[in-house]
Design a protein around this ligand. Structure first.
Ligand SMILES: Cc1cc2nc3c(=O)[nH]c(=O)nc-3n(C[C@H](O)[C@H](O)[C@H](O)COP(=O)(O)O)c2cc1C
Length: 196
C-alpha cells in the first residue's frame, strides 16, 4: 500500500522559489507510487500561534486546524522543505508546525533545504533537525540540499542543468531512506501501539 507522505513548505513571499522544490518532491514521490500531498502553509493560512490544536476543547478548533490535525495524524511520513532567512528558519512553516505536537509523534521526517546561494539552506536545515526531533519525529539522515535553487529547478518544478542532475541523483537515495524508515515506523506502530 502506498505511504501517505505530507510535504510541508512555508514561504509566504509573493515571488517564492522554494515551491519549485516542494512541487518536485511531491511529483517525485508520486512517481514512486507514494500518496504524497503538498501542505502549503501560506494556503493553509493559520494565524500566528495563539492556542495549539490540543488546547482547544474537542470539536471547537478552527476548521483549518482541525483538517490539518487529521491529515498529520493519518500520515506515515513527512518531508519539510526549508528555506533560510538570515541563517534561520522561515517563520510561516515554523508557525504551522508549532500548532501541533502529539500529532507528529512516531513518524519519520526528512529535510530538504534550498536557498538562492550555494549554502543551499543548510543552516536552516540544522535548526529544523533539532526542532523536528523535539516534536517526536524520527529525523532521517539523508537530506536534500539545493542551491542555488534557480540553477537547479525551473518554474515548472522540473530539474535542469548540472545542478538539476545532481538533485535527481540525490533524490533517489533520499526517497529510498525515507521509505525504509516509513516502513520501519509503520511496522512498529502496528506491532506495539505508541504509549501516547
Ligand atoms: C528575509 C530573507 C533572508 C534571507 N536570508 C538568507 C540566508 O540567511 N541565507 C541564504 O542562503 N539565503 C537567504 N535569503 C535568500 C533566500 O535563500 C531566497 O530568497 C529564497 O528564494 C527564499 O525562499 P522562498 O523564495 O521560498 O521564500 C534570504 C531571503 C530573505 C527574503
Amino acid at each position: 500500500m502506498a505511504d501517505r507522505v505530507l510535504v510541508f513548505y512555508g514561504s509566504y513571499r509573493s515571488d517564492r522559489m522554494g515551491i519549485r522544490l516542494a512541487d518536485y518532491i511531491v511529483a517525485g514521490l508520486q512517481a514512486r507510487g507514494e500518496d504524497a500531498e503538498l501542505i502549503d502553509a501560506k494556503a493553509v493560512g493559520l494565524p500566528m500561534l495563539d492556542r495549539m490544536y490540543k488546547e482547544y476543547p474537542s470539536g471547537s478548533a478552527p476548521q483549518a486546524l482541525e483538517a490539518l490535525a487529521s491529515k498529520i495524524r493519518a500520515a506515515d511520513a513527512f518531508v519539510f522543505v526549508t528555506g533560510e532567512y538570515n541563517w534561520g528558519v522561515q517563520p510561516g512553516l515554523k508557525n504551522l508546525t508549532d500548532h501541533f505536537l502529539e500529532e507528529w509523534f512516531w513518524r519519520p521526517a526528512a529535510i530538504a533545504s534550498y536557498s538562492a546561494g550555494r549554502i543551499a539552506g543548510a543552516r536552516s536545515a540544522l535548526h529544523w533537525h533539532g526542532t523536528l526531533s523535539e516534536m517526536g519525529m524520527i529525523v532521517i539522515s539523508s537530506t536534500l540540499t539545493v542551491g542555488p535553487i534557480a540553477q537547479a529547478l525551473g518554474a515548472d518544478g522540473k530539474p535542469f542543468g548540472e545542478a538539476g542532475q545532481l538533485l535527481e541523483r540525490s533524490f533517489f537515495r533520499f526517497a529510498d531512506d525515507l521509505a525504509w524508515w516509513t516502513e520501519a515506523a509503520k511496522m512498529q506502530r502496528a506491532r506495539k501501539a505508541p504509549p501516547y
